[in-house]
Ligand binder design. Structure first.
Ligand SMILES: Cc1ncc(COP(=O)(O)O)c(C=O)c1O
Length: 439
């Protein structure tokens, strides 16, 4: 992957004088750095902004529709209290924003209290802080296979063993989870937590069914595990009924916040530029998170927190989420229609009911990582499936994003990509395939 990314950098002329020599001073680097893999999209960022490129690779929300006027208004309100905006704040976050978070969680059906909330620099920092709080070297993390590359990156600093649990259209498969736990226990390794993205999963786009959420809670209780519920996309639902969050279910079942640690973010319902998210957890966990956050950044930006408060207290944020959802639904439809129209036999994909991503399965002999330079040469980009696994799996998958490009571009992008895929599929082999479908 490293070599491939260097080639892409070279082709995209993204580094000016010389390429970064990744192996220089290798002996000085901590082992944790050697285990990290960069998010492919971060590496490809400059290539992706090349004129004419249709990127289905990133995971960017569409911030164009937010509106300059609203942004000016909320900035103006924040400027009125510049003393606080320019100052350090409490590690857990300002009280006002924690109250906003309680309201946002209530809008998703989860009852929360201000004292159970800690503000983070995006959900991404939450993942890192929780890794720091829970993981010793060699501990096992159970997560969906595939899973969010940023989580793999955050956890990898603490050198855990990642075990991927297979999914189907209804999310993580509980019997496979039990099997993985049984195996881990028979090998005498300590499993610390289950990491799940239950709604419109990144990258697979699937949603964990309500009865499986109950089953996951049951398993976590049986094996004394924490569940990290990472829910950035839950409010971006295009159709169907939302299952309860794991955090809400646990409270319903036990009457308290216990083993579910919930991660939320303003990135997808407002803007990633504010870099604000949160952790909702029971007091002892939050106490430890607070300690490690002090060592990490002291506190999140007051300026950003006040911006979020001004917006959520005075504007129609639910109306904005609805507008975003409508736009993303249209783009999802454009992508699914184009996939059905252009992709050859033997290619399968998921049909997300919300969120940002479609997960495409290519025939097993196609290597989506090796195929990427050719796709980029034809001005279309995606993220190869390999990025979403801790090991070597996932070669014949692609993650496609539909939240950022407009519907026409999505259609053209899929048409270009389908041509590249078609060239990879040997005619003899594709004849015998089962045909295309929404897996
Ligand atoms: C599943 C998941 N978790 C966490 C994050 C990080 O989000 P944030 O912008 O809040 O750091 C993302 C971002 O795309 C994500 O997809």
């Amino acid at each position: 992957m490293r070599e491939m990314l260097n080639t892409l950098r070279r082709d995209g002329e993204t580094t000016s004088a010389s390429l970064v020599d990744l192996d220089r001073s290798d002996s000085l680097y901590a082992n944790r750095v050697k285990d990290m893999k960069s998010a492919a999209t971060r590496d490809l960022m400059a290539t992706l902004s090349r004129p004419g490129m249709i990127s289905l690779a990133g995971g960017f929300p569409d911030t164009k529709t937010f509106g300059e006027e609203t942004f000016r208004e909320i900035s103006h309100q924040v400027a009125a209290d510049s003393t606080q905006a320019l100052q350090y704040g409490p590690t857990a976050g300002l009280e006002e924003i924690r109250d906003v978070i309680v309201d946002v969680m209530a809008a998703e059906g989860t009852c929360a209290r201000r004292e159970d909330v800690l503000v983070t620099a995006g959900a991404q920092q939450g993942l890192d802080l929780l890794g720091k709080v829970f993981l010793d070297e060699g501990d096992v993390v159970l997560c969906e296979g595939p899973t969010y590359v940023g989580a793999l990156n955050a956890f990898s600093s603490y050198r855990p063993r990642i075990i991927h649990v297979p999914m189907d259209d209804a999310g993580m498969i509980p019997s496979a989870l039990r099997e993985a736990l049984y195996k881990a226990h028979s090998q005498g390794v300590r499993v610390k937590f289950i990491y799940t993205i239950p709604n419109f999963q990144n990258p697979a786009g699937v949603t964990l069914a309500a009865e499986r959420r109950r089953e996951l809670l049951k398993i976590a209780r049986e094996y004394d595990l924490i569940i990290l519920e990472d829910n950035p996309y839950g409010m971006l639902r295009f159709e169907g009924e939302a299952p309860p969050t794991l955090a809400a279910l646990e409270q319903e079942e036990t009457g308290r916040v216990d083993r579910v640690v919930y991660l939320g973010t303003f990135s997808k319902i407002f803007a990633p530029g504010v870099r604000l998210g949160w952790i909702h957890a029971r007091p002892d966990i939050l106490h430890n998170v607070n300690l490690v956050k002090q060592g990490s950044d002291l506190c999140s930006s007051n300026l950003s927190q006040m911006l979020v408060c001004a917006y959520f207290r005075r504007s129609d944020w639910r109306g904005y989420v609805e507008r975003l959802t409508n736009a993303y639904r249209e783009r999802r439809d454009a992508m699914l229609d184009a996939l059905a129209e252009f992709m050859p036999q033997g290619v399968h994909w998921t049909r997300p009911e919300g969120g940002f991503f479609v997960w495409v399965t290519l025939p097993s002999y196609v290597d989506a990582t090796a195929m990427l330079p050719e796709a980029i040469a034809r001005n279309v980009a995606y993220v190869p499936g390999e990025s979403f696994y801790g090991g070597e799996e996932g070669k014949n998958y692609m993650r496609l994003n539909f939240s950022f490009a407009d519907p026409e571009k999505i259609r053209r992008g899929i048409e270009l990509l389908a041509a590249v895929v078609r060239e990879q599929i040997e005619p003899g082999r594709s004849l015998g395939s089962t045909g295309k479908s929404a897996a």
